[in-house]
Design a protein around this ligand. Structure first.
Ligand code: G3P
Ligand code: CA
Length: 257
């Protein structure tokens, strides 16, 4: 920030570390989350599924194939089977032995620390279980729950209106030539009834929409920034909360106020 005069207010973006820091460490592992925390992420994003025997675990894909040394669907495997997998070795030998985290392990690992846990309900219909573990672990003030499944967003809000929710939204956000937001308006009205954030993909954001949200004080999170040029462009347009694979890019980047 040295380029700014002493009394200038600058603020860096609200950085959400997408699945940890998958550019530097295996995604959705405790090692990756710890790195995100150490790099100064404001939020740590994570994806939740339910195993065959009813336990909540963290995995982005519906199968374990891409990120672990195993094969199969999360929903067809028991917790014990999943815990035997290595979630680090494919990324690099220095991460060998990393386990697929349980959701509870993730919550416990960062409980009380200065970071918000951005919990994505990836598998539809598990909101009740997710909320139960959040409440049992006493972290309801430290989490935001988001999902592409509107039913799970609504359910989460109904189960505990104190917990912040976000709807993941990826299309239809546009503005007319007069700058009037159209499809997004409907979603925003709906979202505002639940006090939800509308966490849209960055590709579907227009400058008008960003302005619209900012005028209403909505600090929404947008995904997923993997390209430095795109990220810079969107910050310039007024995006405040990027969700990114590259937390390390953002620790010293000011945003437009
Ligand atoms: O946080 C939102 C973002 O993670 C949604 O996309 O596929 O990476 O879960 P995905
Ligand atoms: Ca996600």
């Amino acid at each position: 920030y040295s380029q700014y005069p002493e009394n200038t207010i600058v603020q860096r973006p609200i950085v959400a570390a997408h699945r940890g820091v998958p550019s530097l460490a295996p995604e959705n592992t405790m090692a990756g989350y710890q790195l995100a925390y150490d790099l100064g992420a404001d939020l740590i994003e994570t994806d939740v599924h339910e195993t065959k025997d009813g336990h909540l675990v963290i995995m982005h894909d519906y199968t374990v194939d891409r990120t672990t040394n195993g094969t199969g669907s999360v929903s067809n495997m028991t917790l014990e089977q999943i815990r035997q997998l290595d979630a680090g070795i494919k990324f690099g030998p220095e991460f060998a032995g990393e386990k697929v985290p349980t959701f509870r392990e993730f919550l416990q690992g960062f409980k009380g620390k200065d970071v918000v846990l951005l919990v994505e309900i990836k598998q539809a219909g598990i909101a009740e279980k997710v909320l139960k573990e959040i409440e049992e672990e006493g972290v309801k003030n430290q989490v935001l729950v988001q999902s592409f499944h509107l039913g799970d967003v609504v359910k989460s809000h109904e189960l505990n209106p104190e917990i912040g929710v976000g709807y993941l939204y990826s299309s239809g956000i546009s503005a007319t030539s007069e700058g009037r937001v159209t499809d997004a308006q409907k979603m925003l009205n709906y979202a505002s009834r639940m006090n939800a954030n509308l966490n849209a993909s960055y590709g579907s954001l227009s400058e008008e929409f960003i302005t619209y949200m900012r005028q209403r004080g909505m600090v929404n999170l947008h995904w997923t920034f993997r390209n430095e040029q795109h990220l810079g462009d969107q910050l310039e347009k007024g995006v405040i909360g990027p969700i990114t694979d590259y937390t390390q890019w953002l620790t010293d980047v000011p945003i437009r106020l």
